[in-house]
Design a protein around this ligand. Structure first.
Ligand code: FES
Length: 566
């Protein structure tokens, strides 16, 4: 007997006559050749985020075929549908500006179309967070599948991969250590296959913490994009999607704050991208959970970093896959995790860990008493320069700069940076602090990954590899250096960053979690009172919506109206 609460009967178009709505819907979809027998089955939607503008999703058509096999073999109909997709290098002004747009698109397509569950296929940095944010707002049963990491390439005998090595080679080129021929040669080797960046950048971080959250299959994060295992994971994802559809297993039924705390612990232990914190905060916010950054610091300050991947370590995602992937990491971390959390498979974390047995030798996932970085790979800073918080990935910083006092050189915005950073008369030494403002959520807009301010050419030529750099922007997870990011409130809304002047002194003290402008509170207040904000009221469309509703970094850079209604 037909179940009139599921499948084709869901989310009917409003004609004022439900019978007519289903009659018309079936008439149209039969144009694709479906029979009534098929149309009586549950429906599993599949997001198709393939685009010629997104090479990280180049294997999506293959994955969709495998997901469909899994869904069909379990007795449901797979229906794929497009949503927008966002790639890091093909999004102006920056991909983060479009993440919330993709989350709205995903949410509204999940709400509008008939489906009992949905397989979300993402991969490139912003796509997984956008999909989870949108899907969690709809609270329909979903399971995440990622496209998987790319393989590594080889340049003159050295193993290379996007995108830590992209930045490293570019820095060598800027310092005139390699010539134009060589920079062009390595350009062919950095992305040798489709798939996501192969280091512990944001895409890898999001894949691993999504698996830790419990909304992806166990061991679903690491298999390379072009492997047979990736297709098997896709097929199994399709089968599990049919199960969660039949159980109506909505995210709100099994995800608790403890799942998110586990994800944060994993983020710290893998030396994950600082962007992961922003995204996880936004994702949790859609289910009504507030992830407080100071709680994150408290919770993870003793968590050892145990995964040896670039940029903090030396390996690539394909090595992590061969070493046992996230399940093996979870075994090492079990003393730091909530073991009673449930995943989309219905299994607790304890059950997963108990049945996990690794015997083969490997060097990528360390024992917790032999970590890559002793504890707290990402630190949360506070102080008069960042009253709302700032963060630093100390595992990827220079140890000797983690306590540093220095004279500041201020760059007003990206244009100012581009025009002066390589000037011979820039007033900087290796001990200076570079400060870039107006690259926060509203400032740039979209909080671009420009926090990795380049080392001024004249210093780079002297061999300077790292300096303290501070901004209200973000940094790619593939980058490294002593970089203070996400300073809140940002300068464009009048945060203290807005009143720092070249020649001021700043003290960074990561051990004490402090970032201080070395001026009296009275002087800072006086400067803030006297500085007018530059507000542009002539905006339209998405740009207007973005500027009027975007939240600060410590709230995940989500739009205020997308959070749950109290
Ligand atoms: Fe897509 Fe790095 S650019 S994952």
């Amino acid at each position: 007997m037909t179940d009139k609460k599921r499948g084709m009967y869901k989310n009917l178009t409003s004609y004022g006559d439900e019978g007519f709505s289903i009659f018309l819907r079936k008439a149209f979809i039969k144009g694709l050749g479906y029979t009534d027998e098929m149309l009586d089955r549950p429906i599993v939607g599949i997001t198709n985020t393939y685009s010629d503008y997104n090479p990280c999703h180049g294997n999506v058509p293959d994955l969709i075929k495998s997901v469909k096999s899994g869904i069909l073999s379990s007795g449901a109909i797979p229906l794929e549908f497009p949503t927008i997709t966002v790639h890091e290098s093909f999004a102006h002004p920056t991909s983060m500006y479009l993440r919330n747009l993709m989350s709205i698109d995903t949410e509204e397509m999940l709400r509008a179309q008939p489906m009992d569950a949905c397989v979300l296929i993402g991969g490139c940095d912003k796509t997984v967070p956008a999909q989870l944010m949108g899907a969690f707002s709809t609270d329909i049963p979903v399971i995440q599948l990622v496209t998987g990491p790319m393989l590594t390439g080889s340049h003159r005998g050295e193993r290379v991969g996007a995108c830590t090595d992209c930045r490293r080679y570019w820095a060598k080129f800027r310092a005139e250590e390699i010539d134009e021929d060589e920079i062009n040669e390595v350009n062919n080797q950095l992305v040798p296959t489709v798939g996501t960046c192969g280091v512990m950048g944001t895409a890898s971080t999001m894949a691993l913490i999504t698996e830790a959250l419990g909304i992806m299959l166990p061991n679903g994060a690491c298999a390379p994009a072009v492997s047979a295992e990736r297709k098997r994971i896709a097929e199994e994802t399709g089968r599990v999607a049919v199960e969660i559809a039949s159980k109506d297993l909505r995210p709100s039924k099994f995800l608790t704050i403890k799942n998110f705390q586990n994800a944060l612990t994993v983020l710290s232990a893998i030396g994950g991208s600082t962007n992961g914190i922003v995204h996880l905060t936004a994702i949790a916010g859609r289910l009504g959970f507030d992830l407080n950054l100071n709680d994150f610091d408290e919770m993870t300050k003793n968590t050892p970093m145990i995964v040896d991947l670039k940029p903090s370590g030396s390996g690539y995602m394909e090595d992590l896959f061969k070493s046992g992937g996230l399940p093996r990491i979870l075994v090492e971390l079990k003393d730091y995790l909530h073991l009673d959390t449930l995943s989309v498979t219905g299994q607790t974390l304890k059950q997963l860990i108990d049945k996990t047995n690794f015997t083969w030798p490997q060097e990528i996932i360390r024992k917790k008493d032999n970590p890559i970085f002793e504890k707290g790979s990402i630190a949360v800073l506070n102080g008069n320069l960042a009253p709302g918080s700032a963060i630093i990935k100390q595992s990827a910083a220079s140890k000797e700069l983690l306590y540093h006092e220095g004279k500041v050189e201020v760059f007003e915005n990206l244009e100012d940076l581009a025009s002066r950073i390589d000037s011979d008369d820039l007033d900087v030494t290796k001990d200076s602090i570079l400060l870039l403002r107006n690259i926060g959520p509203i400032g740039a807009p979209g909080m671009p990954e420009a926090g990795l301010i380049p080392i001024p050419k004249k210093l780079a030529k002297q061999g300077v590899k790292d300096m303290v750099r501070i901004s209200d922007g973000r940094m790619s997870g593939t980058a490294s250096g002593t970089i203070v990011l996400h300073v809140c409130p940002e300068s464009a809304v009048g945060g203290p960053l807005n009143v720092v002047e070249s020649g001021d002194f700043i003290k960074l003290d990561v051990n004490n979690r402090s970032l201080e402008l070395m001026l009296s509170d009275k002087e800072i207040k006086l400067r803030m009172d006297n500085k007018k904000l530059n507000i542009n009221s002539k905006r339209r469309g998405y740009n207007k919506l973005f500027h009027e509703t975007v939240l600060q970094a410590d709230k995940g850079v989500d739009f205020d109206f997308l959070r749950p209604v109290e």
